[in-house]
Design a protein around this ligand. Structure first.
Ligand code: ZN
Length: 232
């Protein structure tokens, strides 16, 4: 089984800016304000700004086109089992035709309830206030994990890592390892799949862990790696 874990660097190659490049500001929004769970809960004006911010992101994501690296994953998945795990909230993997995708930090076509953690699809509709269809709470939010909020999908990642076999391949693409560090999770679970890391700036933590490093952008690195396994 091949697991492909993608982060912000993957989407950056399709022209979507990453949080870490913005210095905390994103088109005049303070991301520590508009992506902040406790402030969203407490402050009406932050809630309004948060909905506005994510509605703008939603438009921006919808206008982006998946690069060749995304399409190569879809093609690979037609040949063998591939599971994608992503911290990205955009739907570029889905647009590229890939299936079996775990969104660790939520996705831009869902709303969620901060009271009961019910999630529901809104497709292309805008994020807006309203009531949870499961529990009736008015504390509804974009179905995206904010700073200071629990990420329910981490548990799925944990169990998936527990199931890794030494014959599996775990490819990590375009992430800084600062928020989620799958290498540390894999090693602390005592698992030894082949690990491949693709990024222009490979973090020191990855280099130290006996990982195969491909120092290329997400798109170029993925194409190179998928080409190479096709020739084996
Ligand atoms: Zn609810």
């Amino acid at each position: 089984m091949i697991y492909i874990f993608t982060g912000a660097g993957m989407a950056a190659d399709s022209g979507l800016p990453t949080f870490r490049d913005t210095g905390g500001l994103w088109e005049n929004y303070d991301i520590n304000q508009v992506c902040n769970f406790s402030r969203f809960i407490k402050e009406q004006n932050v809630r309004d700004l948060t909905f506005q911010f994510y509605n703008e992101r939603k438009l921006q994501y919808a206008a982006a086109t998946p690069h060749a690296g995304y399409l190569a994953i879809t093609k690979l998945q037609q040949q063998q089992p591939v599971k994608v795990i992503t911290t990205n909230i955009d739907l570029l993997h889905e647009t590229a035709g890939t299936s079996d995708i775990l969104h660790l930090h939520g996705r831009v076509d869902q709303m969620s309830c901060a009271q009961c953690y019910h999630y529901w699809d809104i497709a292309d509709h805008v994020f807006k206030s309203g009531k949870c269809e499961a529990c009736g709470s008015a504390m509804v939010k974009p179905g995206i994990v904010f700073f200071g909020e629990m990420a329910p999908e981490y548990e799925i990642l944990h169990w998936l890592i527990e199931d890794l076999k030494s014959t599996d391949t775990f490819v990590i693409v375009g992430t800084s390892l600062n928020v989620v560090n799958p290498i540390a999770m894999i090693r602390s679970a005592g698992k030894y799949p082949q690990i491949i890391f693709i990024d222009l700036n490979i973090p020191a933590a990855a280099k130290a862990a006996g990982v195969i490093c491909i120092e290329e952008s997400a798109e170029a690195g993925l194409l190179k790696w998928i080409d190479a396994i096709g020739e084996e």
